[in-house]
Design a protein. Structure first.
Length: 223
């Protein structure tokens, strides 16, 4: 694999009382993307934020806004997230009745479509939509809360997905338990885009964010 690896800090672990400042700080600290974990309290057991919050903080960074919609249904909200400033919108295979249509709709809104699968969902569930997406997201924890431990059994799924993707220009993203002690194995399995929450925002200052991102890159073998 080449060095085109992306670190996408999840704002779920940031200080929400100063969300715009936190996004700007992690941007300056070396984030490649800004990851937006959207939860509805229905598909996952937590509630986070919606399009108005995304629109409010869009001006805090010019980096790629990577929206991960853990909501069901997602279709009625796609346009609102696109208008709020999301550059990419990822939906869950488990939450979509007509996944192919949903992915086409995302692209039609001018956003890069992605598809996510939970730990217990086999990679074959998305085999027939790979030509519709720019990103595949493998959940390596059960979605709903930050700070969970990486599930080692998902490494083999990442390897199989890397094979399924082949030479398609699709980013293979991992979300859940990404930390200095796990990122090397995840990268070796074939992932190239890493969502990290507590591993980035630990310390609470821009200096600590910069150090944390640098440590992730180092342990992924990028320095």
């Amino acid at each position: 694999m080449g060095g085109d690896i992306l670190i996408a800090p999840s704002i779920l672990s940031s200080d929400f009382s100063r969300l715009g400042e936190e996004i700007a700080a992690v941007d300056r600290a070396g984030a490649d993307w800004i990851h937006l974990d959207v939860m509805d309290g229905h598909f996952v057991p937590n509630i986070t934020f919606g399009p108005p919050v995304v629109a409010a903080v869009r001006g805090a960074s010019r980096k790629f806004f990577d929206a991960h919609l853990m909501i069901e249904p997602a279709d009625p909200y796609l346009e609102a997230f696109a208008k709020a400033g999301c550059d990419g919108i990822t939906v869950h295979a488990e939450a979509s009745t007509h996944l192919d249509r949903t992915l086409q709709a995302i692209r039609g809104l001018g956003c890069k479509p992605g598809v996510a699968i939970n730990p217990a969902t086999p990679e074959t569930a998305i085999e027939y939509v790979l030509d519709r997406v720019d990103l595949v997201l493998v959940m390596t924890v059960n979605p709903g809360f930050g700070g969970q431990s990486f599930i080692p059994a998902t490494l083999e799924k990442i390897r199989r997905l890397r094979t399924l993707i082949g030479d398609r220009p699709i980013r293979l993203q991992v979300d859940g338990g990404v930390a200095p002690d796990t990122i090397g194995a995840i990268r070796a399995a074939g992932a190239d885009t890493f969502v990290a929450g507590s591993a980035v925002y630990r310390g609470g200052t821009e200096v600590s964010y910069r150090d944390n991102i640098a440590k992730l890159r180092e342990h992924a073998g990028l320095n």
